[in-house]
Design a protein around this ligand. Sequence first.
Ligand code: CP
Ligand code: NVA
Length: 331
Amino acid sequence: MPVNLSGRSFLRLLDFSTEEIEYMLKLAKNFKDMKRAGVPHRYLEGKNIVLLFQKTSTRTRCAFEVGGMDLGMGVTYLDPGSSQMGKKESIEDTARVLGRFYDGIEFRGFAQSDVEELAEKAGVPVWNGLTDMWHPTQMLADALTIQENFNYDIKGKTLVFMGDLKNNMGRSLMVMCAKLGMNFVGCAPRDYWMDDELIKTCEKIAAEHDCTVRCTEDVKDAATGADIIYTDVWVSMGEPEEVWAERIKKLEPYRVTQEVMDMTAKDSIFLHCLPAFHDTNTTTGAEIAEKFGVTEMEVEDTVFEGPKSRVFEEAENRMHTIKAVMYATLK
Ligand code: CP
Ligand code: NVA
């Protein structure tokens, strides 16, 4: 049966079959080819979308804005400072209003239950642009980047995520790997692993796709022969400043260093969803350096800037993949 995602919301990868994910990846590749060739693709002309952000963003916001405009749509951006959402109006009421104005809604926020409520009440497709639990649109960009680097033959490849496994990225990557037939290795201290229930769910999905998921505290065990090394910030949006001290202490041994990259496969790549703390050229980076004497956090600058790094290709792919999600669900 052909894949049909029309009218569906995109809230977490767990809700989508492998076939549906692969369909969106193929669409994304087509959109990327069209964009590169300068072929117009205003397939959703006459439609309008709204982007709701309770947290800051560069890539996700711009990917939805440019993607929406390339598809011919009108795009409205709303942050908590310039809308009634949250302070004076509930998510439910906001959803019921916006669902009457717009054909699709992007939401970035804190609780996964908020984006789910929005989707339930809006009556139009809702796309999760990141919550504390999941970051599904990032997964499509990551999968496309991995496909491009391994000649679209990604089954059996091993992705190692080092750092805070409990966060939206660690959790989402584990699901993505299991669904697409890639081995997932989480590498962190035991108290930074994701919950056992999610690990068990992913083990089951992985078994159906001839791959494995596992977590380890041992960097050498994880990195040796790996195809993809992935990391993310040690402190995610919405977490209090006070956790920095503990994170640095616990996660420093899990920084992606050149030594780690040297253990990986010859054609391995480095990925990071960005933004990344790889130097002190940011306000937070400079503050952390002053306070803790740490000038690079989750990744060494030489790795970030090095020949295996694909982080900016990955960032570009946010736009092509988000375009695919909007097209698939709104056409
Ligand atoms: N990777 C990502 O979601 O980036 P932004 O926070 O800039 O949207
Ligand atoms: N884990 C990070 C991802 C940013 C794209 C955060 O939630 O801040």
